[in-house]
Design a binder for this molecule. Structure first.
Ligand code: PLP
Length: 397
């Protein structure tokens, strides 16, 4: 009889050695990436509680890195809680599904918004047999239409893509709430730093974190914030549907978020400078930037945005069709022709063939998105270098 253990085999050692950190009160200045999909407990009671979501045990139920990101986003939104998702689209889908819509119910969404959102909502509306109504939320008639339609769900975008219209959210919220609708605001274009949409009447504030919040285009993600009562059901659905954000993506997004306030201030200053310089070019027929006094929604933007007007600028090359717009993209030397936004690099896109690609030609025309429209996500390069590059490429288009 021996209580001595036999020397462990390399097979066992290779798996069990080095699996627990020594006791320590050190707090790492940046969190670790918790790659473990599952954890174990010395106590079976602790495991039991963890399976109820009270501790970390399985990433799909609750992940360390996603919890940290949720805490940071909720803090920036001034929200009780936030839930992260594998993408902005997954977040939008979750919010739509959470409404428990019945056949014949109505959903309102922006006519001039993100094309993929429109395509997703069309698909969900067909599946759930609900009616979809597209409105230009920045037009004064939008509030009357909402009251008349009596929808269950209203989606607005804080700044539309790509025309940069800024709807009067408090007015839209009053209209939506007067008929008992839930107002979801996709604030991807402004970020929670420039606009806290929950304080302006939104019931849920949604973002594609892939854009400004991450800021470096190295992780896809989405987030929804609001009261605990509204966010908890989204989390519960996420546990079952599996639309989670992985630990690496959560970690990268949180690292990007650390500099979001300073980046948004700089992106806004650079964008204003670039917009002013674009206006001076004779071949540029229209420049859209909410920070310019001649933008149709400048007054609304001044009231609702704090600390800047964002990094997005749109403009039209006089008389350009798709061919000339494509030639402009190819003539860029510094700015990158890429269909996204919110990066430290300046990203330039032809709206009709990229973000509005999923719209029908009629929907594009109704939204006012022509072949000459170019969208710029102004980066952190020297703003004069950005403007010089855009202007030389316009000259060669
Ligand atoms: C990109 C984007 C989305 C979708 O987000 P993904 O992270 O790409 O899924 C939704 N809304 C707006 C306004 C966007 O720009």
């Amino acid at each position: 009889m021996s209580s001595e253990r036999k020397p462990a085999s390399a097979l066992t050692l290779a798996i069990h050695a080095g699996s627990r950190l020594p006791e320590s009160s050190a707090v790492p200045i940046t969190p670790a990436v918790h790659t473990a999909a599952v954890s174990w407990f010395d106590s079976a009671d602790a495991l039991d509680a963890a399976l109820d979501g009270k501790d970390f045990v399985y990433t799909r139920i609750r992940g360390e890195n996603s919890v940290l990101l949720e805490e940071a986003v909720a803090a920036l939104e001034g929200a009780e809680a936030a839930a992260v998702f594998g993408s902005g689209m997954a977040a939008l889908r979750s919010v739509f599904d959470a409404q428990g819509l019945a056949p014949g119910d109505r959903v309102v969404l922006p006519a001039d918004g993100y094309g993929a959102t429109r395509a997703l909502f069309k698909r969900l509306a067909e599946q759930q047999r609900v009616e979809l109504h597209a409105l230009k939320m920045s037009e004064p008639s939008a509030t009357e239409r909402i009251t008349a339609l009596r929808p269950r769900l209203v989606l607005a975008e804080s700044m539309t893509n790509p025309l940069l219209a800024v709807p009067d959210l408090p007015a839209i919220a009053r209209a939506a709430h007067s008929v008992g609708a839930v107002l979801v605001v996709d604030g991807t274009f402004t970020s929670p730093v420039l606009q806290q949409t929950l304080s302006q009447g939104a019931d849920l504030a949604l973002h594609s974190t892939t854009k400004w919040i991450n800021g470096h285009s190295d992780a896809t993600g989405g987030v929804v914030s609001g009261t605990r009562a509204r966010v908890d059901p989204l989390r519960a659905a996420r546990v079952l549907e599996g639309a989670l954000l992985g630990p690496f993506e959560s970690w990268l997004t949180l690292r990007g978020l650390r500099t979001l306030p300073v980046r948004m201030a700089a992106h806004s200053a650079h964008a204003l400078h670039v917009a002013r310089r674009l206006r001076e070019h004779p071949r540029i027929s229209r420049v859209l930037y909410p920070g310019l006094p001649d933008h149709p929604d400048h007054a609304t933007a001044r009231t609702l945005l704090k600390g800047g007007f964002g990094g997005m600028v749109a403009f039209e090359i006089a008389g350009a069709g798709r061919q000339e717009s494509f030639r402009f993209l190819e003539a860029l030397e510094l700015c990158r022709p890429a269909p996204s936004l919110g990066d430290v690099t300046t990203l330039v896109m032809h709206a009709a063939s990229a973000s509005a690609r999923r719209l029908t030609p009629e929907e594009r025309a109704a939204a006012g998105i022509g072949e000459a429209l170019i969208r710029v996500s102004v980066g952190l390069e020297d703003p004069d270098d950005i403007a010089d590059d855009l202007l030389q490429a316009v000259g060669r288009s």
